[in-house]
Ligand binder design. Structure first.
Ligand SMILES: *[C@@H]1O[C@H](CO)[C@@H](O)[C@H](O)[C@H]1NC(C)=O
Ligand SMILES: *[C@@H]1O[C@H](CO)[C@@H](O)[C@H](O)[C@H]1NC(C)=O
Length: 264
């Protein structure tokens, strides 16, 4: 009799622990898959004029319940529409192989914005996401590698968002390119294949290249790839290139006394 009571008590304890663990795991998994949505909405809230629930709904509609290699750039059109991004005159900064330095500048100075500072890029910068056929969930692991297939949810997203920023760019446009690589204007880059091709005169007046010169610089504004950039630019868009040291950029980033226009 006594022994039976002990068994029952032990049994209850074991079942409770198992249930607790199961619930705990379930919650953890649930929280993990809800993670991107929470992050998305939290970042979205910083942009006061957005209806974040609508923006999220439009975003996830692009890839949800689809084979993750069949998400085209057009699938994000409703998302772009929901963001209704306004023209950005004299303040767009593109970057190619200079993400860190470009962001170190725009995080401190608000005269220029990169894609990741705008609602087009901010909500998902640094995140991984995809859907799966037969599920309404957003997954943040087990997604195809960026290069695994052309029409993957993240690649299509960044291509579409980059195009939208280029469409909104007007007046003077800037780009930070790297002086530390052989070909600062890489014909395969998003900047070359998507952004440059969408800059048109007279909406865009001028393209200013800031060639970032670190200590290991290997090239300068005379590089042939930059001549190619000038050649592919829409006729009527002015062009300039300046070699600017990393020190100079950092100094300007942290000194609000220096007018942005005088940074380079
Ligand atoms: C996914 O969502 C759609 C529309 O909201 C619904 O009709 C469908 O049953 C859902 N599918 C699954 C697998 O939950
Ligand atoms: C400059 O650009 C060309 C391609 O346009 C490239 O092949 C070359 O290596 C570059 N030169 C230097 C010194 O970086």
């Amino acid at each position: 009799m006594r022994r039976m009571v002990v068994f029952v008590v032990v049994g209850v304890v074991v079942v409770s622990v198992a249930l607790g663990l199961g619930l705990g795991l379930g919650l953890t998994i649930g929280r993990r898959s809800g993670g991107i949505k929470d992050t998305f909405l939290k970042r979205c809230q910083k942009f006061k004029d957005l209806n974040c629930q609508n923006v999220w709904d439009a975003f996830q509609r692009a890839y949800i319940n689809r084979d993750p290699c069949t998400v085209t750039t057009d699938a994000y059109d409703p998302f772009i529409e929901a963001v209704s991004f306004k023209p950005q005159c004299n303040r767009v900064l593109f970057w190619s192989k200079t993400k860190e330095v470009a962001h170190s500048f725009t995080q401190k100075r608000d005269c220029l914005v990169t894609l990741e500072d705008t609602p087009l890029g901010a909500m998902v910068d640094g995140l991984t996401w995809c859907g799966k056929k037969g599920s309404n969930e957003t997954f943040s692991s087990g997604c195809p590698e960026y290069s695994a297939c052309e029409n993957n949810p993240m690649r299509s997203y960044w291509n579409r968002a980059s195009a939208a920023l280029a469409d909104a760019a007007c007046g003077d446009v800037s780009v930070m390119l790297s002086g530390s690589i052989q070909t600062p204007f890489d014909p395969e880059s998003i900047f070359a294949t998507i952004e440059v091709t969408r800059l048109h005169s007279p909406r865009v007046r001028r393209l200013n290249v800031v060639l970032v010169m670190e200590k290991n610089a290997v090239t300068n504004c005379e590089n042939k790839s930059l001549k190619n950039l000038q050649n592919v630019l829409d006729a009527g868009i002015g062009y300039g290139c300046k070699e600017v040291t990393r020190d100079q950029i950092d100094k300007c980033s942290s000194d609000p006394e220096i007018a942005c226009g005088a940074c380079w």
